[in-house]
Design a protein around this ligand. Structure first.
Ligand code: NAP
Length: 470
């Protein structure tokens, strides 16, 4: 596949091989874009700003609906691409495609309701006989940088709200999984002016850095790790920033919880996409009084998970994004075991595959609990009562989402208030997102919100107009 710059498909002599993590076979070759390619794409986006601003909201909305229909016709192909490039089980790739379509549709709807407001100027001194109102304007050029784990929906969560609010875009997808984004761009481009959407494949240190530092870019919308996000925030200078960063989400199980639902929540949250989910359940904090039964049942359910070929519709867990990622997980698990954690099941690596793993009696200060582990791991921390559970849950630099299972309303509300996270799920695991809800972390997990309406808000600027009624 090729890059898209100013409506043209661009190839390069230097290429990157995209490999299927399940078998290491090359599935496609994409151009290795350079800083200069990124700069050309930014120039194209910059030169298209005026044309985009002049398109009516009605037309923008219609184009997004047309794109929705065209993408829907290609749903099967997109799901296959996602599985081939990222190793995501095909049933989960199909879900990602459905959600991507929904995100486009939400953006088509949102493009028609970008409102300003009237200001009661006469509520202040000097406001008599003055009419004040605001209008929302596009920011201009949005630089979008995305990770590998949801290669289609995360790109759409940036591109579609940006187009809905009449911005132009340059996208840099992860070099580990850029194919869905490239195909998406080819389809979208035929419904938009040339230069409105540009995609450059290349490394973060060159293409990404150019997007972050180029003065013609007005906003950076970044999803990825805390390390990269922190680096970007230092370099982006006066650009508006949205940072959707790593998570280390807790799932708290109190003594009065519905145990079946809580265990189901762990299985869905810890192992989805082989644990490579920002809002995956990464720490399980269980009341000691119920921990023995809980852990036993969790191990039984974990052992039933089908690991294997991601193209098989019955597979629950496929490979991680590459062997290096699986080796990292292996190392963190070994460190936890050496530090006293008890391995109850899993803990085996083969190439990029890692078996779903339950670790019991994990100390809350261990690396596996303090840092984000992007793998299919359930570390159990045993605690005494809600106060200790909340203390352990908050003892981290992360604050993306959190989940608690309890039938005690008072404890549920207390947890909702005390947990330091951008979203708290009661009787549900943190691994939950609808594409219209405000989504974004507290603490080091991020800055700003996505979810179409909230992304549009962050991709517009507010102009005040004052009329002196003489
Ligand atoms: P990553 O290593 O931070 O990479 C993310 C993107 O940033 C890639 O496209 C990468 O390019 C690019 N990049 C790297 N260095 C850069 C630089 N100096 N300047 C500009 N761009 C640069 O993250 P990842 O490993 O792909 O994804 C996993 C992380 O993303 C996890 O921490 C996960 O929790 C987080 N995540 C968060 C959310 C959320 O919504 N909060 C959602 C999904 C994932 P390359 O192509 O060179 O790698």
């Amino acid at each position: 596949m090729k890059m898209l710059i100013n409506g043209n498909l661009i190839d390069k002599d230097e290429k990157i091989e995209i490999k299927n993590p399940a078998n290491n076979k090359i599935i496609d070759i994409v151009p290795l874009g350079t800083r200069e390619d990124a700069s050309n794409a930014i120039m194209a986006a910059f030169n298209t700003k005026k044309a985009m601003e002049e398109i009516s909201s009605r037309k923008i909305s219609e184009s997004l609906y047309d794109i929705f229909e065209e993408l829907e016709k290609n749903s099967k192909k997109f799901a296959e691409i996602i599985t081939l490039e990222s190793g995501k089980p095909i049933k989960d790739s199909k879900e990602e495609v459905k959600r991507s379509l929904q995100t486009i549709k939400l953006s088509a709807e949102e493009s028609k309701r970008i409102y300003g407001e009237t200001i009661p100027m006469d509520a202040c001194m000097g406001g008599k006989n003055v009419l004040g109102f605001t209008i929302k304007l596009p920011l201009g050029v949005v630089g979008a940088i995305t990770p590998f784990n949801y290669p289609m929906n995360l790109a759409i969560h940036k591109i579609a709200p940006a187009i809905a609010s009449k911005n132009t875009v340059i996208l840099k997808p992860s070099i580990k999984a850029p194919l869905a984004a490239l195909k998406l761009a080819q389809i979208m481009d035929s419904y938009l002016p040339d230069g409105a959407l540009n995609v450059v494949t290349g490394r973060g240190s060159t293409v990404g850095d150019e997007i972050v530092t180029n003065d013609m870019v007005d906003k950076i919308s970044f999803t990825g790790s805390i390390a990269t996000g922190t680096y970007i925030s230092k370099k982006a200078c006066m650009k508006k920033l949205t940072l959707e960063l790593g998570g280390n989400d807790p799932l708290i199980v109190l003594e009065d919880a519905n145990m079946d639902k809580a265990i189901d929540g762990v299985v869905k949250g810890s192992y989805l996409n082989a644990g490579q989910v920002c809002i995956g359940v990464k720490r399980i904090i269980v009341d000691k009084k119920v921990a023995d039964n809980f852990v036993q049942e969790l191990v039984t359910k974990t052992q039933k998970i089908k690991v294997g070929d991601p193209m098989d519709p019955k597979t629950d867990v496929g490979p991680l994004i590459d062997e290096d990622a699986a080796i990292k997980v292996e190392k963190v698990v070994h460190e936890a075991i050496n530090g006293g954690a008890e391995l109850l099941c899993g803990g085996k690596r083969e190439g990029a595959f890692y078996t779903p793993t339950v670790l019991d009696n994990v100390d809350a200060k261990m690396g596996i609990v303090q840092n984000e582990t992007f793998g299919p791991i359930s570390p159990i921390v045993r605690v005494e009562g809600i106060d200790e559970a909340l203390k352990v849950a908050n003892d981290t630099k992360y604050g993306l989402q959190a989940g608690i299972f309890t039938n005690n309303l008072g404890n549920a509300i207390k947890a909702a208030k005390v947990l330091e996270a951008g979203g708290v799920m009661i009787n549900k695991q943190s691994t939950y997102r609808t594409d219209n809800m405000p989504f974004g972390g507290f603490k080091m997990s991020g800055l700003g919100k996505e979810g179409v309406k909230y992304a549009v808000e962050d991709m517009t600027r507010t102009k005040l107009i004052v009329v002196n009624m003489i």
